[in-house]
Design a protein around this ligand. Sequence first.
Ligand SMILES: Cc1ncc(COP(=O)(O)O)c(C=O)c1O
Length: 390
Amino acid sequence: MKNKHFETMAIHEGHDTKDVKGSLSTPIFQTSTFEFESAEQGAKSFQGETDRFIYSRLGNPTVQTLETRMAALENGESALAFSSGMGAISAVLIALTKANDHVLCSTGLYGCTFGLLMMMQEKYNISVDFADFSTEAEIRKQIKKETTCIYIETPINPTMQLVDLQLVAEVAKEYDIPVVVDNTFSSPYLQRPLDLGCDVVVHSATKYLNGHGDVIAGVAVGKRAFMEEVGATTQKDIGAVLAPFDAWLLLRGLKTLPIRMDRHCDNAEEIVSRLNKHAKVKQVYYPKQSEGKIYQKQMTRAGGVIAFEIDADTKKVQEFLNALTFVKVAVSLGDAETLIEHPATMTHAVIPEAERARMGIHDSLIRLSVGLENVDDIWEDLKAALATIS
Ligand SMILES: Cc1ncc(COP(=O)(O)O)c(C=O)c1O
């Protein structure tokens, strides 16, 4: 698949029909274990001296096809698939830290990533700071001699602020600190952090990569040596591996990633322009309009997630959400269905209130994942629900 375009790799990479009796669709290798041809071959396999599959927690052909495809799409050397985005994030963060180290993070993080880091802080004294990455001087100021990892979400969930990945990667290189980027909101179709000098990409593949709201999955992509280390340690021994059937669903979802992302972006841009003009909407956060310079530098389009604030407390926000008809009140994002949620009481509720306020997650903030429905229908539902609140 060398030198092929993104759309082509999303459909073909890692799957050769000749290897699987001509099957156009990647077969689901629904097996926990694999027979060795001899006891000696089994022993050699455990020494890493064969490329045979051993046991599906250590590798599975369907999952491997997905990993090969994801590595190509992120333009990385190697990928690993996990049973959830948090499985991928925890395997990478635990691999990059030991007791008493320091992790430097973007100002906002997904609630469970925040929770994981707080747990690591409590159990292993791994300190965590939320850094302003806006200038080179600021980044340098925040790096400590114990810093072993920089962890970034961009766009930041749910405030949609951006971090300049190239700038952070350039400074981090000087200190030899790996930069990990959660690329869930953009997918590699809109942003490729490894091309900008970052070291590892993690995904909640539950979202755009799968795109159909029927899988929980995660992926990590990076340099071969590092991914092999993760595969042989935190992934193997903690064991959050992806099931073959879920890998197959993801392979199917990936085939339409480019056309789905284009449609998500078209719909989101239109909804943003209508929200901007609505009297009850105080503020709209969408990278293309609120983060112009960094957006131009690192994203091809701004994606399907919008955050906006209305002049309302939690109770009124709940009234607005309850008034919607086909727009679903649900966490997650990147599905065909338009999903709406209230971060302060849902996805980011585990973050203490003061910390949430610092991250810009006010009670009036709403997150909207614009789906693939007709944009006029999405807008009519939002407009009618906005009309019900005083
Ligand atoms: C940005 C981001 N990262 C990671 C996760 C965790 O992924 P998963 O739910 O697949 O474990 C989520 C889930 O919402 C997310 O939004």
